[in-house]
Ligand binder design. Structure first.
Ligand code: AKB
Length: 316
């Protein structure tokens, strides 16, 4: 079957890289990039593009009707830090957008849907180290509990309507092709830009704040592997835990210093994102992803830092 893949939120941190990867696999015309904003030139010039606001039900319905996608990736969301500034808007966008896509996917018989969850589904009472797939979950950010509610709805649509929804609880994602958009883990991307531009960086998280992270190349590989896995191999229809690398700002700075010896890091006091980070896991147990679809990350801290700096140097 030839695929028609709709990626909603194509201009974001994941979307930018995913559209390129999917167009490489399926051909440019098979992948429709859609976003609320106009695309960057390379996205516009490399294949079909639609302006889409997930809250505009009629327009979204029209896009499903026009393209009849076989696969849909819904990446549009408000992340943890911005969500705390606009809590109702974050809830509305994250939940209503998901409902529109789930309902239209049932209506138009979309074969597979991907929707990203996050480590933000865990909360202060979840185990902090090697956080398991199933445990106490008491997220206290709007983003976190919108993702947890979304997971429940994805599983519900799978059980009730047979919709083949697949999902990953992404850790913080680090890539050089696109900037992150308003999360708590964004420091781990900003630090590279500032290290190359200014030779210093003021971290909004404290020196010892460990968080689960992943290099974007691994995240894209994981996403495509999950979507390619046979449906009957998947034992989780809420969202899979996924582990990459765990590190602190201090450890990341020490690794950057191996490439840029003069690099200096300092730390801000009283940033609201610190409390969010403190409520999240420090490392993740992704046993189910390993067993069900053979997940293994390729990048560790040194290889991720080396690759980031090499590529970023050429574009900033
Ligand atoms: C955020 O920091 O909000 C995101 C996430 C971990 O989901 N990067």
């Amino acid at each position: 079957m030839s695929e028609k893949i709709l990626v909603i939120g194509a201009n974001g941190q994941i979307g930018t890289e995913l559209v390129t990867a999917l167009r490489g696999i399926h051909g440019a015309d098979a992948v429709i990039a859609a976003d609320i904003n106009n695309p960057a030139d390379d996205l516009r010039n490399s294949g079909p593009y639609e302006l889409a606001n997930v809250l505009d039900k009629d327009n979204l319905h029209h896009i499903f009707q026009k393209h009849r996608p076989t696969q849909v990736y819904l990446l549009a969301a408000i992340l943890s830090a911005v969500g705390e500034q606009k809590p109702k808007m974050a809830w509305d966008l994250n939940m209503t957008g998901l409902f529109h896509v789930l309902d239209f996917s049932v209506e138009f018989k979309v074969a597979k849907v991907f929707w990203p969850s996050s480590i933000a589904v865990f909360g202060p009472h979840s185990p902090k180290f090697e956080t398991p797939q199933y445990c106490i979950m008491d997220p206290n950010t709007v983003y976190g509990f919108s993702k947890l509610a979304g997971e429940r709805w994805c599983e519900y649509y799978f059980n009730k309507y047979g919709l083949d929804v697949r999902s990953i609880r992404y850790p913080g994602l680090i890539g050089w092709r696109a900037n992150p958009g308003g999360g708590t883990t964004d420091y781990a991307v900003h630090i590279f830009h500032e290290a190359l531009k200014k030779g210093s960086y003021k971290s909004f998280l404290s020196a010892g704040t460990a968080l689960p992270m992943m290099y974007m190349d691994d995240a894209i590989r994981a996403t495509i592997a999950l979507m390619d896995a046979p449906s009957d191999a998947l034992t989780i229809r809420s969202s899979y835990n996924l582990a990459g690398i765990s590190f602190t700002p201090e450890q990341l700075a020490a690794e950057i210093k191996k490439h840029i010896p003069a690099f200096e890091i300092s730390y801000a006091d009283n940033d609201p994102r610190q409390a969010i980070a403190d409520s999240w896991p420090k490392s993740i147990d992704d046993n189910y992803a390993q067993k069900d679809w053979n997940w293994q990350p390729e990048y560790d801290l040194p290889t991720m830092v080396g690759d980031m700096l090499t590529n970023l140097k050429n574009i900033i």
